[in-house]
Design a protein. Structure first.
Length: 668
């Protein structure tokens, strides 16, 4: 009863606007967790908003969408259109990086209600004298709110309706003039308008958050000759080849000094030899920690030079943000309070019983000194941002505090709205999704382990449909230094081609772990393991990147196809089509204006040729079933003329595992 009593008290004291608000607003979409988190868009995209809005009785209502950039004081508004059943829709575009806010406002539209009733009275042949006066009253009230020429036209309109000397038919015609109603709609009576309580958020990133191709490479393995530790200058020499393959993000594992104590040897051996370089993720040594560079890679000036050279090739350098320490990290000496201390006085290293990671020490996010820890971790990101980095791949974010990530990402993006974060969290779905909600720009997925048509279809229908698609941007990786799947181990070169084609066309964002992928490296450490034999994580490697078996040609070709076809720049229109062969899947993507139609067929079997028929959903692609259409294979250059929805295919894995078809139906 308290809320009702407060409402009545307000009304009795003359502040009873709320008591006279008759419109209810419900079920605003999109929103994430009742508005707790922001949805995501990139610059230039639209936000389409729907809401239920309705009032008591039979009066007509109007509805509008309000939006503003977070630093703007005033709202911009656009009208919402009725969809039926009290559902309304409006749309606005986002033009700047940062945060936008939006909400919905609705009110009883007395003038529109009068108009609808007036037309009914005209049709029924009723007397209109009083109704014309009522309409004139409402128009005059609107004229008071109007300005300039609009006000004058509205006053003239009201006088016309009141002028009983004028012909009744002329007054009737004037009463329903659409051009004058259009003017009146600009000046609504908002005294008793209802505004949704929640102001919902949109995080707007730059375009690379939605469309990117990542290449992962260990800088220390870039030396031209075997046995030598690579440098940033060696990496710079590789930039033309990486650019030729079409990658626009070059991601480095940690480039910091590596600890000596408890250093891991080849193949993750517990004991290391003097020649073993250790794991880059065991960060910290006498030379420094997260704000230092491994001495054999080069200097901070060398790094800045590499960042600048990469940009000249259209490539951004992404760094690994791994918030953990080796046993030799200066933090363990100077800030023991940031780590968990065991009863025997030792600092707790990382464990996943029975596994022990003595070379890694995690931070304690429950430390009483959490505020100082947070500030220091943020300063690490700021250090590398100052060095020119705007993209971070974050190592194991699910093992750090949710509250920390929300705070840090928000703090950094306020100052640097162009900074992007990729979440490397292969963990439970709810945790992965929570990290995306907290602000991570892109997220790793379970793609590597989805192999069958049913698995892929169900998973990507989840990722590319609301509510998940409103905040979770998938980045698809067929392999990583930690992941060599059974499919890649057993399927040979064709398996790498298949998984690459799937990643590059199912996802607008995808990546590969460097030379290991284009050279189809598929030897596991032992049966049942997803670890590489002689893993680059624990030793220097020398890759024959110019081998004749390299997939670099295919990779470069597909990346050009991706750039040239806007349909492949996003995931929102991903649609699966039925094939009569369970080993072949088919899906399409379309540009927002449907001027670019891409249909992909992929043979999921790396061993056998597959044939059959695909049933294309022509309605989804807005193709006329009565007319033939052309299907240009962007991989081979061949052109097929297809008739109707059912069409034949054959795909040989080692030669042609897929079609990437651009569909076009020419005018009559």
């Amino acid at each position: 009863m308290g809320a009702v009593q407060d409402l009545r008290a307000n009304a009795l004291t003359g502040a009873g606007v709320a008591a006279r608000r008759r419109v209810a607003i419900e079920n605003i979409q999109p929103q994430v967790d009742c508005g707790r988190f922001a949805i995501k868009r990139v610059v230039g995209e639209s936000v389409v908003v729907e809401a239920d809005a309705f009032a008591d009785g039979h009066d007509h209502i109007a509805c509008r969408l309000l939006y503003r950039f977070e630093h703007d004081a005033e709202w911009t508004h656009v009208p919402m259109v009725p969809l039926g059943n009290d559902r309304w829709r409006g749309e606005f575009s986002v033009s700047s990086m940062g945060r936008y806010l939006y909400t919905v406002e609705s009110w009883v539209d007395h003038l529109e209600t009068w108009r609808a009733d007036f037309l009914k009275r005209v049709a029924a042949g009723q007397d209109l004298a009083v109704e014309l006066r009522i309409g004139a009253d409402l128009i005059e009230q609107t004229a008071v709110r109007a300005a300039g020429d609009d006000a004058g036209r509205l006053w003239n309109w009201a006088r016309r309706l009141r002028d009983e000397r004028d012909d009744l038919e002329a007054r009737k015609s004037a009463a329903i003039r659409e051009d004058l109603f259009e003017i009146a709609r600009r000046y609504p009576d908002l005294r008793f308008a209802t505004r949704a309580e929640a102001e919902l958020g949109v995080i707007v990133d730059r375009e690379k958050a939605a469309f990117s191709a990542w290449y992962e490479m260990f800088p220390r393995s870039c030396a031209l000759e075997p046995g030598r530790h690579g440098t940033f200058h060696d990496c710079e020499a590789r930039l033309p080849e990486i650019a030729a393959m079409g990658f626009d993000v070059l991601y480095f594992p940690p480039i910091h000094p590596i600890g000596l104590r408890f250093r891991k040897g080849r193949n993750n051996a517990v004991e290391a030899t003097a020649e073993d370089p250790g794991s880059p993720w065991a960060i910290g040594a006498r030379d420094g920690g997260h704000k230092s560079i491994h001495s054999e890679l080069g200097s901070i000036d060398d790094f800045r030079q590499l960042v600048a050279a990469a940009r000249q090739h259209g490539i951004e350098i992404a760094l690994d943000l791994a918030y953990q320490c080796s046993a030799d990290h200066p933090y363990l000496q100077h800030h023991r309070e940031w780590f968990r201390t065991r009863p025997d006085g030792s600092i707790q290293y990382a464990e996943n019983p029975p596994k022990k990671y003595q070379d890694i020490y995690p931070f304690d996010f429950e430390s009483e000194h959490w505020a100082e820890l947070w500030d220091e971790l943020k300063s690490i990101a700021l250090f590398w941002i100052a060095a020119g980095v705007r993209i971070f791949r974050v190592d194991n974010p699910h093992t750090k505090s949710f509250a920390f990530w929300e705070w840090m990402i928000d703090e950094l993006k306020k100052q640097y709205p162009d900074v992007l974060f990729l979440s490397e969290a292969f963990t439970r779905p709810r945790v992965m999704q929570r990290l995306a909600k907290l602000g991570f720009s892109q997220s790793y997925t379970y793609f590597a382990w989805r192999n069958t048509k049913q698995e892929i279809t169900e998973y990507f229908e989840e990722l590319t449909r609301p509510p998940v698609s409103e905040y979770f941007r998938a980045n698809l990786w067929p392999n990583t230094p930690d992941i060599l799947t059974a499919f890649l181990q057993n399927g040979g070169r064709a398996a790498f081609m298949i998984r690459f084609l799937l990643a590059a066309t199912l996802g607008a964002n995808y990546g590969i772990y460097g030379p290991a992928f284009e050279l189809a490296e598929n030897v596991a450490r032992e049966p049942g393991s997803e670890e590489y034999l002689d893993s680059e994580k624990y030793e220097l490697k020398h890759w024959d990147i110019h081998a004749s078996s390299s997939l670099s040609g295919l990779i470069g070709h597909v990346n050009r196809i991706r750039r040239e076809n806007p349909a492949l720049h996003h995931d929102r229109t991903l649609h699966f089509h039925r094939t009569e062969n369970p080993e072949v899947m088919c899906y399409s993507k379309t540009a927002p204006d449907v001027t670019n139609l891409i249909l992909v067929l992929v043979n999921l079997d790396p061993f056998h040729k597959q044939t059959g028929f695909v049933n294309v959903d022509l309605d989804e692609l807005r193709l006329d079933a009565a007319r033939p259409f052309e299907a240009l294979d962007l991989l081979s250059g061949e052109v097929y003329t297809w008739h109707g929805s059912r069409n034949y295919f054959e795909l040989t894995p080692a030669v042609r595992p897929a079609h990437i078809l651009r569909l076009e139906q020419r005018g009559v």
